[in-house]
Write a protein of this length. Structure first.
Length: 78
């Protein structure tokens, strides 16, 4: 009997929406993602080791990743 275990970050999409990207200046879709470190056993993430942090936004048009705070300023209907 042996165990395969490891530690690693796992990225999860928590929201998909539209915004005006400050980089490509186009109204496009974004994905709000969150990274968390997991203890995994047999490649299955089991135990989150840290509080969710490092949330970031990726513009699906230009693929730029930016801090989630850009959403405070980049809503399309302002
Ligand atoms: Zn963009």
């Amino acid at each position: 009997m042996f165990f395969i275990f490891g530690l690693g970050p796992k990225t999860k999409v928590i929201e998909t929406n539209q915004f005006v990207c400050p980089v490509c200046r186009t109204r496009s879709s974004y994905e709000l993602k969150q990274q968390r470190n997991y203890f995994s056993l047999f490649f299955i993430p089991l135990i989150p080791l840290s509080k969710p942090k490092n949330s970031f936004v990726q513009c699906l048009n230009c693929r730029t990743q930016m801090p989630s705070t850009v959403l405070d300023h980049a809503q399309p209907n302002v």
